[in-house]
Design a protein around this ligand. Structure first.
Ligand code: OSB
Ligand code: MG
Length: 389
């Protein structure tokens, strides 16, 4: 199908639902731990009668990204929703121009944009993954499944970490990501590698180190890590280039890459060998698409990162991660890695033979929002709301 033949949507109404869900296994990172998943679920109703769903995946504290639930609600109500009501959107990649004068707020914008892409796919009777594929380089079509791994938080001991790794490997996860921090790195690598010399293993530092730690980080080179994710500051690109020159282990950037322009700079200064692309961090799927094209042009290995999304956000991420340019295991796990009861159904279940998640067959994101669970999760947010009102 040609992109110019796609049906547009006209936005009639946008509803927002702030939710919280208790985690089954909270993720301790170098910047902290949160007991509950929080998000703003965005519902876009169209004149055509279809409803699109998206997730603004924001954390309670501004420890990963700058946004909070309150900034998200504020920017949605005052600046984003008023710019969209009554607007006709021809295709997904046209979306950013409507929010040209709302700068930053990537996680919030990404949630709205995801709902718009979902509505567009639905109005065209297509799965979101096939709708995405129309905007990728020629010949790229969905592989109908995304290869995935699992992200494991900082634990109290190497033994405890190995216990969780073994549980996840028994479930079928073939790539293990461990969170690290200063003081929780070399000893962990040594302990895990003694037991699991060949496992696909990577570390994520979430910006805990400085360039002056380069000699220490070099000790990690002996452990055959697939990559080290975001060792240095969340805003830095330049020093990652200096660090990569000293390290054999490939540097994967997460926090530092907020746009295709950032990626161009990182490539230019040799700061990146692998990209963790999070739709929420870069502000939505149009920016993801530009980044996807640049990765293909530069042969840069690419995978999709996660923000411990609910089924709504995860479904869209699985749809994107099943495109062939996404060529390393993504941080998208099965529903039972995250929640007892999710707001979208059916659950994502790991295909344990090949460490994949299947793209659902239904149109759009292919999962249905469970209105009763959405209501419960909204009430749980009201009860748990940690902000002083
Ligand atoms: O750095 O990738 C990260 C979750 C919250 C904030 C930052 C990160 C993460 C993850 C989650 O690693 C991975 C997942 O969604 O399963
Ligand atoms: Mg990361």
């Amino acid at each position: 199908m040609n992109v110019s033949e796609l049906k547009p949507i006209t936005i009639k109404e946008i509803q927002i639902h702030t939710v919280a869900l208790p985690y089954l296994e909270p993720l301790r990172t170098s910047f902290g731990i949160e007991p509950d998943k929080v998000a703003i679920i965005i519902e876009v109703l169209t004149e055509e009668g279809v409803t699109g769903w998206g997730e603004a995946s924001i954390e309670i504290e501004p420890g990963y990204g700058a946004e909070t639930i309150i900034t998200g609600e504020h920017v949605l109500a005052e600046f984003i929703i008023p710019r969209l009501i009554g607007k006709t959107i021809d295709k997904g990649t046209d979306f950013p121009k409507f929010l040209r004068l709302v700068r930053g707020h990537h996680h919030t914008k990404a949630g709205v944009e995801a709902a718009v892409w979902d509505a567009l796919a639905k109005v065209n009777g297509m799965r979101l993954t096939d709708y995405f594929a129309l905007f990728t380089p020629d010949g790229h079509i969905s592989e109908n499944r995304a290869t995935v791994g699992v992200s494991i938080g900082i634990q109290s001991s190497v033994e405890k970490t190995l216990e969780i790794i073994n549980k996840r490997m028994a479930q079928g996860y073939q790539r293990i990501k461990l969170k690290i921090a200063r003081g929780w790195d070399v000893e962990l690598a040594k302990g895990v590698r003694e037991q699991l010399p060949d496992t696909m293993l990577m570390f994520d530092a979430n910006s805990d180190y400085q360039l002056k730690d380069a000699d220490h980080l070099k000790e990690l080179d002996q452990f055959n890590l697939l990559m080290i994710e975001q060792p240095l500051a969340y805003y830095d690109i330049y020093e990652h280039g200096l660090l990569q020159k000293q390290l054999k282990t490939p540097i994967c950037l997460d926090e530092s890459i907020k746009s295709v322009n950032d990626l161009q700079i990182a490539l230019q200064v040799g700061a990146i060998r692998i990209l963790n692309l999070k739709p929420s961090r870069v502000g939505g799927f149009s920016e993801c698409m530009k980044i996807y094209h640049l990765c293909v042009e530069h042969d840069l290995p690419l995978w999709i990162g996660g923000m411990l999304e609910t089924g709504v956000g995860r479904a869209a991420n699985v749809a994107f991660a099943s495109l062939p340019g996404v060529n390393m295991p993504s941080d998208i796990s099965a529903t039972d890695r995250y929640f007892q009861k999710d707001i979208a159904s059916p659950d994502f279940v790991l295909n344990s033979d090949d460490s994949t998640l299947s793209v659902p067959e239904g149109i759009g994101i292919g999962v249905e929002v469970q209105h009763n669970v959405l209501k419960e999760a909204s009430a749980y947010w009201q009860e748990k709301n940690p902000y002083h009102q």
